[in-house]
Design a protein around this ligand. Structure first.
Ligand SMILES: Cc1ncc(C[n+]2csc(CCOP(=O)(O)OP(=O)(O)O)c2C)c(N)n1
Length: 204
């Protein structure tokens, strides 16, 4: 039993948390100029509801692009902290991004994955994580050494603080419940892009 108590945190013993609560906690810690890329669906709905910021980009339409977009922003603006917020289903659709990020090692990039083991927004179909795929083990295998499961909210806060202050790339995964996003992002890609470019200082 003693060995069990010391077991590393994994999807089997991490607490099931709530996406909006964790998103709120993350946003509360952000440096003012940090960019956040929300993946399609619930991830960006909760980011939107956690407080609109011109440095937030809300992905619409295609799964798997939060990490590649955040990676591009991190390379283009190395002085800025950049966070990718992604769902497990979307991350699984674009796993190659982890290897590319690991190879390029952007120090200013953190990936946060909300793992509800399902494609929730399209009806709750099970993803591979429901069958045991461990996203942190995959990220570490891709070469992202600073990869961890958040055991609970306090550990999520601590990991987020570390990822926003210390060299990355970082990969943080959290098990979350099946509560839907708490709102809906305004769906206007032109406005979203324009606001983001101004927020990043690339458009006057
Ligand atoms: C390339 C692509 N394939 C399929 C879809 C349809 N689709 C939209 S959201 C979604 C599920 C997303 O799952 P996940 O990223 O785990 O987020 P969750 O819904 O669980 O919050 C699917 C299948 C899509 N938008 N793009």
């Amino acid at each position: 039993m003693a060995m069990m108590e010391n077991a590393p945190i994994g999807p089997g013993n991490a607490q099931v948390m709530n996406r909006f609560e964790l998103t709120r906690r993350l946003v509360a810690q952000l440096p003012a100029d940090a960019a956040v890329i929300g993946g399609i669906g619930n991830t960006n709905f909760d980011l939107w509801m956690a407080g609109r910021r011109p440095q937030n980009f809300y992905m619409l339409g295609s799964m798997g692009l939060a990490c590649p977009i955040a990676f591009g922003v991190a390379l283009a603006q190395p002085q800025r902290r950049v966070v990718a917020l992604e769902g497990d289903g979307s991350l699984l659709m674009q796993l190659g991004a982890l290897a590319t990020i690991a190879a390029q090692k952007p120090k200013n990039l953190a990936i946060v994955v909300m793992d509800n083991a399902s494609y929730q927004i399209t009806g709750g179909q099970a993803t591979a994580t429901a069958a045991g795929t461990d996203l942190v083990t995959m990220a570490r295998g891709a070469g992202i050494a600073r990869s961890a499961w958040a055991a609970d909210e306090a550990m999520f806060d601590a990991l987020a603080a570390q990822a926003l202050a210390e060299d990355g790339p970082w990969f943080i995964a959290a098990r979350i419940d099946d509560k839907p996003g708490v709102g809906t992002t305004e769906r206007d890609p032109v406005i979203i892009t324009d606001r983001f470019m101004r927020g990043l200082g690339t458009k006057g």
